[in-house]
Design a protein around this ligand. Structure first.
Ligand SMILES: [Zn+2]
Length: 172
């Protein structure tokens, strides 16, 4: 007997400035993730994938200290134009150290610390993000091959360990 790895909690279409996309909320019993995808997914072809963590300062406050909003918008635009893609949004503010850590780190960064150094001085790991729900969602959607729009090694290795064939997307 097999048990589901993730549950689809709700789904619906969303009109965006880039076109109509579909939103699905997943839960694996521990964490929730929100997926924004093209209305059609052709899993016989590699699917374009972006794994995005929530970022209040980038997405809502238009911070210029990170590329979260810019990267997310340009990916939405890409999949709306080219099709066959999904963005998985994970609730992981401040590299999953939380918003308190993120905002507390601003003072240290103003004084010259890098983000890594700032988190460590505050007693947090450099990066607490966890991508383990991602392969479960891909399995639920029948996605076995993808083109990752990121060069993040931890994202790539999470996918490779779960036997999803994944290449890093290179723009021509
Ligand atoms: Zn950001």
């Amino acid at each position: 007997m097999t048990s589901p790895l993730v549950f689809q909690m709700a789904e619906g279409n969303l009109q965006t400035e880039f076109g109509k996309l579909k939103v699905t909320i997943y839960n694996d019993g521990q964490v929730e993730a929100t997926v924004l995808q093209t209305l059609e997914l052709n899993t016989s072809q590699p699917v374009h994938l972006r794994i995005q963590s929530t970022c209040i300062t980038g997405h809502y406050f238009n911070s210029t200290e990170c590329n979260c909003k810019e990267d997310s918008d340009s990916f939405q635009n890409y999949i709306s134009t080219h099709g066959n893609g999904l963005l998985i949004l994970l609730n992981q503010e401040g590299r999953a150290n939380g918003n308190v850590a993120h905002i507390a780190s601003q003072k240290l960064k103003e004084d010259g610390a890098t983000q890594d150094e700032a988190y460590m001085r505050l007693g947090f790991p450099k990066d607490s993000r966890d991508y383990s729900i991602v392969p479960k969602i891909l399995a639920n959607l029948g996605v076995m091959q993808c083109l990752l729009h990121s060069e993040n090694e931890r994202k790539l290795s999470t996918l490779q360990k779960s036997h999803i064939h994944c290449d890093i997307f290179k723009k021509n």
